[in-house]
Design a protein around this ligand. Structure first.
Ligand code: ADP
Ligand code: MG
Length: 697
């Protein structure tokens, strides 16, 4: 088993300047387009195609258009001034038209289009002054050479310093070096989809016969897209297999703590909660290491699911840890879970960056002795000196910005710790597959009953006074409201000013003690105190920067005002709105915007007004922004697909995942003939680091 690149791929990874017409300078230019080897040229497909099929006349064509006709050359009218046009009258089978040159040397045109001879010309024809004309033809050929012109000419993306001719030539040479490769795709799939081989797919994709063959659904393009997705899913599947193959704890509790807590709950878990709890406890009971994602919209009740999983571990004599992204959220988890834990005799403790000195020491000692059963905290829980007695389960809450790489790092912390990642940012299925293909996914697709949907309205900020009047009335009725201040890009200082200004104005309008303020730069103690006053209902209105975005739960808060809502992203607005509508009372979300709204702002705000389905919202978001932006490609560890389109090929991604998992299941070390072909694919896709996952064992 060789560890290096297979020889058959050598020509595709050779130096670029070995290709026809590519010198060091062109090679450098291609590098700017992320083209570093002939392989990358193959994966740079034409973006359009020009129809060069000959016709007998320009007459009857829908102008302007690129046309190819045979003509007889007539009179030359050289330019009368330096900037004037050099015109040549020509005649095709039906009509006369002009071929026009600017800044052309007369002898050049005379040689190119000799009077009285016949030529095939191809170029863009348009009407000018009532006359059809072709300015600077792309091609001029002798009639007997006409068949050297391809019927359809591919058009490649360019960058400064690169001509269509140069890149076409380089691609053609790269194609001539493309080997026939053994089939890595499932044979049944290839038959069903009627796919060409990889080699033929490449040839076809670079020689599209008309725009129909440029479509994502053309067999050649679809096959090539599949290859990209399959290689990616194979990598994820290998990471998954490797993690699962690691011996994990087989943790099965006897259910005694869970029963107690469920009996004490003031509500019944939803079916979705019961189902996902089962999925997780099944994983815990298996001797494999769990690596699971729990996706659930805001308010779907992820905390209870997490707590049940933690209790299961405690029943079995182990410990669990739950990490939240912010201090406020960690504290809230502790406060929400503490009473339930006490009932069941479970010891819960909080650890954040704020724990210092002897108190921190004492907590760490208790943790190491096993006296603390469940630790809740911020990323401080993963500091080097935090040692557990018997850690079995790590839960990471609200980590929608947690990439593949970070997840791998986390896995390294505990030797066999089961991992559950929770996210409230629903992402479309295709992206979930692309980003979390190495994990198993549970979905909380049902919200607890009895919630009234949040009424959402758009208001211009000129109506701010009336909004404040409504707030005054609501507060008088004992309701509570959040007021989220605009996000000022790149500047926390400006965020702060905006929040403080709004705080002063609201305090002046509503009264001293009624309004609270939290923002990111506040000293911790002040932030906590302000939060606590709001949770206790002492303050009616909480002015905040987006620090409240993630997970905060105040059931009595039923109004959410978001200022300059148009500056926020869809997912973020959805998260913010999710802070209200958590009690039984009817809730309102007021989106204040600064007119005039641009198209994207309007689309975001109206989408939000029309639906509160997180998955639907995530799909619109994806449509509007593209996959890279939604996930943040750099941090998600998602490769840049050159051909596959995540937005429109979700189905293909699912097929790729199933196929990849199945292949690895049947042939875990990729030893079979198909496994061998799949290895070649991984090298072809520059995913060879994945091969280490199976070869290092
Ligand atoms: P999220 O999924 O956003 O983290 P939480 O776990 O914070 O949601 O739950 C939101 C609110 O719903 C909490 O107040 C919680 O107590 C409540 N809740 C959770 N599950 C149920 C249920 N099955 N029935 C009623 N209320 C529930
Ligand atoms: Mg939560």
């Amino acid at each position: 088993m060789s560890s290096g690149r297979p020889e058959i791929l050598f020509p595709l990874f050779a130096a670029l300047d070995g290709l026809h017409g590519v010198g060091p300078k062109t090679a450098l230019t291609l590098n700017h387009m992320a083209i570093e080897a002939p392989r990358d040229l193959l994966y740079t497909l034409p973006q359009s195609v020009i129809d060069r099929r000959p016709r007998d006349s320009v007459q009857g064509a829908d102008l302007p258009a690129t046309l190819t006709v045979e003509v007889e050359i007539g009179q030359h009218r050289p330019a009368r001034s330096k900037t004037g046009a050099y015109r040549v009258t020509v005649e095709d089978a039906k009509t006369a038209f002009q071929i026009v040159f600017f800044h052309a040397r007369g002898d050049y045109v005379a040689r190119l289009l000799p009077f009285g001879s016949r030529r095939v010309v191809s170029g863009r024809v348009e009407f000018f002054d009532g006359m059809a004309q072709m300015v600077h033809p792309d091609h001029v050929l002798l009639p007997e050479d006409a068949d050297t012109l391809p019927a359809f000419e591919p058009v490649y993306p360019l960058t400064a310093g690169l001509t269509q001719k140069a890149i076409t030539k380089a691609v053609q040479d790269a194609l001539s070096r493309a080997p026939e490769l053994a089939e890595w795709a499932d044979p049944a799939l290839v038959t069903r989809e009627n796919w060409p081989t990889w080699h033929d797919a490449m040839m076809h994709a670079h020689a599209p016969k008309g725009t129909g063959e440029m479509s994502l659904d053309s067999p050649a393009r679809r096959r090539l897209a599949y290859d990209e997705l399959f290689a990616h899913q194979l990598t994820l599947a290998m990471a998954r297999t490797k993690k699962r193959a690691k011996r994990g704890f087989a943790t099965s509790g006897d259910g005694r703590l869970r029963r107690k807590v469920l009996a004490a709950l003031p509500y019944k878990p939803t079916n979705a909660q019961m189902r996902t709890i089962d999925e997780i406890t099944d994983d815990l009971a298996a001797p494999l290491r769990m690596n699971r994602l729990l996706q659930g919209d805001v308010g779907s009740g992820k905390t209870l699911v997490a707590f049940m999983a933690l209790l299961c571990v405690v029943e079995a004599g182990g410990q669990g840890v739950m990490m939240a992204p912010t201090e406020i959220l960690a504290r809230q988890h502790l406060e929400g879970l503490q009473p339930l834990a006490e009932d069941a005799g479970v010891v819960l403790e909080l650890l954040t960056g704020r724990d210092k000195g002897s108190e921190r020491r004492a907590k760490l000692d208790a943790l190491a002795r096993g006296d603390i059963h469940i630790l809740v905290g911020t990323h401080a829980v993963f500091q080097k000196d935090v040692a557990f007695h018997d850690l079995r389960l790590a839960i990471i809450d609200e980590q929608h910005r947690f990439g593949v790489r970070q997840r791998l790092e986390l896995g390294r912390k505990g030797q066999a710790v089961d991992v559950l990642v929770m996210t409230a940012t629903p992402i479309p299925r295709s992206l979930a597959l692309a980003q979390y293909g190495d994990m198993d996914v549970s979905v909380l697709d049902e919200k607890p009953p009895g919630r009234t949907p949040v009424k959402t309205a758009l208001l211009s900020n000129e109506q701010m006074d009336s909004v404040i009047d409504r707030l005054r009335q609501a507060v008088a009725e004992g309701r509570q409201a959040y007021w989220v201040c605009p996000l000022v890009e790149e500047s926390e200082v400006l965020d702060l000013t905006a929040a403080e200004d709004r705080f002063k104005r609201l305090r002046a309008a509503l009264g001293e003690g009624v309004v609270g303020l939290v923002h990111g730069q506040m000293p911790h103690a002040e932030k906590d105190a302000a939060m606590a006053r709001f949770v206790a209902g002492d303050t009616g209105v909480l002015v905040a920067t987006t620090v409240i975005e993630v997970g905060v739960n105040v059931p009595n808060a039923s109004i959410m005002v978001i200022e300059r809502a148009e500056t926020f992203g869809l997912a973020q607005l959805h998260q913010l709105r999710g802070r209200v509508g958590r009690g039984s009372e009817a809730s309102t979300c007021l989106l204040l915007y600064q007119p005039p709204l641009n198209e994207s702002g309007l689309k975001r705000l109206t989408t939000l007004r029309e639906t509160d389905d997180g998955f639907r919202i995530s799909e619109v978001d994806l449509e509007m922004r593209g996959a890279g932006d939604v996930l943040g490609t750099a941090q998600s560890g998602l490769p840049r697909f050159r051909i596959a389109d995540l937005e429109r090929q979700a189905g293909l991604m699912q097929i790729a995942q199933d196929d990849a998992r199945k292949l690895l299941n049947d042939d875990p070390t990729l030893k079979s003939a198909r496994g061998d072909a799949a290895r070649v694919l991984l090298y072809l896709m520059r995913q060879e680091q994945a091969i280490q996952l199976i070869s290092v064992g």
